[in-house]
Design a protein around this ligand. Structure first.
Ligand code: A3P
Length: 301
């Protein structure tokens, strides 16, 4: 299991705010009823967090529409409680103070998630996304929040060489894919959520030990979780604002009018943005990695 892997042999690209806290994260005190949502950035984290939060909280649409998701599902490694940062956000303390059952967001790969997660067999919901959409979404996000200021072609060079944030890219999802049949792991994808969110919600009810609600509640959940509703709800607006604030203190970039967190919300939007050459290079990378792992695209997404 991941905890036994030799970390010294692995290269992982993480932001400084995580690197400074690695021991505190590995030693993060878990609870028996913790649930994690783990993803690579831009693979549907927020969408899944909102979905899982509803399931865990008896479909409390009122609270889900009026309380910021960051507060309902804190971001484990986004701990900036350090003299290095202008703003002090002690997510580890926030999580300590949070009532059970906790929902925890993380982008960390299996090998550096808290040791307690594996000891206590905490539930983990993993969301994968096709690499080209994840890449395009990441480009717009990191440029939008001012962390990078390069062309999409330059970013593709970094990405294809596994040098973007939380990379290596494939190992992240393939390690969880390998564990998909463990009782504490639920593996899904952005594409599956887009194809049939109702089934994903029902699966989550079973996975999280909750009753499957009536059709009317499921229909209301689909409305609540739709792109438009999440984009325009009060919680969505607050979320967008808080992301702006967080990125501002990380980058000191105060000029983010362009930034839109809920951007397209579609499968395949990469087609309008990437050249044929870049698409071919991503496809070749994907073919190679999936072949090595003995996994097909259909199985993964
Ligand atoms: P796009 O940039 O392709 O639009 P994350 O939460 O991991 O950062 O992922 C963000 C991506 O998920 C963005 O993709 C965003 O638009 C999409 N997303 C967020 N909420 C969604 C929803 N309710 N329905 C569909 N897509 C959603």
């Amino acid at each position: 299991i991941p905890i036994k892997k030799d970390l010294s042999k692995r290269r992982l690209n993480v932001p400084e705010y995580f690197a400074k806290n690695v021991d505190r994260i590995l030693n993060f005190e878990g609870r028996d009823d913790d649930t994690y949502v783990v993803t690579q950035p831009k693979c549907g984290t927020t969408w899944m967090l909102e979905t899982a939060w509803l399931v865990l909280n008896d479909f409390d649409f009122e609270k889900g529409s009026t309380t910021i998701l960051h507060d309902r599902a804190p971001y484990l490694e986004f701990n900036t409680n350090d003299e290095h940062f202008e703003s002090k956000m002690n997510t580890l303390q926030i999580l300590k103070d949070l009532k059970s059952p906790r929902l925890i967001k993380s982008h960390l790969p299996a090998s550096v998630l808290p040791t307690d997660l594996w000891k206590k067999k905490s539930k983990v919901i993993y969301v994968a996304r096709n690499v080209k959409d994840a890449f395009v979404s990441a480009y717009h996000f990191w440029t939008g929040v001012g962390l990078i200021s390069i062309s999409i072609e330059e970013y593709a060079e970094l990405f294809l060489n596994d040098r973007s944030i939380f990379h290596p890219f494939w190992e992240h999802s393939l390690e969880f894919y390998e564990m998909r049949n463990e009782p504490n792991i639920y593996f899904t994808s952005y594409e599956r959520m887009s194809r049939d969110l109702k089934t994903v919600i029902k699966d989550l009810c079973v996975f999280l030990g909750k009753p499957i609600p009536d059709e009317s509640i499921l229909d209301e959940a689909l409305k609540h979780l739709s792109f438009e509703s999440m984009k325009h709800s009060l919680a969505g607006k607050l979320f967008q604002e808080s992301l702006k604030r967080n990125s501002e203190f990380l980058t000191k970039n105060r000029n983010q009018e362009k930034f839109e967190f809920l951007r397209k919300g579609k499968v395949g939007s990469f087609k309008n943005e990437l050249s044929e050459d870049i698409i071919r290079r991503f496809d070749e990378w994907e073919d190679k990695k999936l072949k090595e792992a003995g996994v097909t695209r259909e199985e993964l997404y």
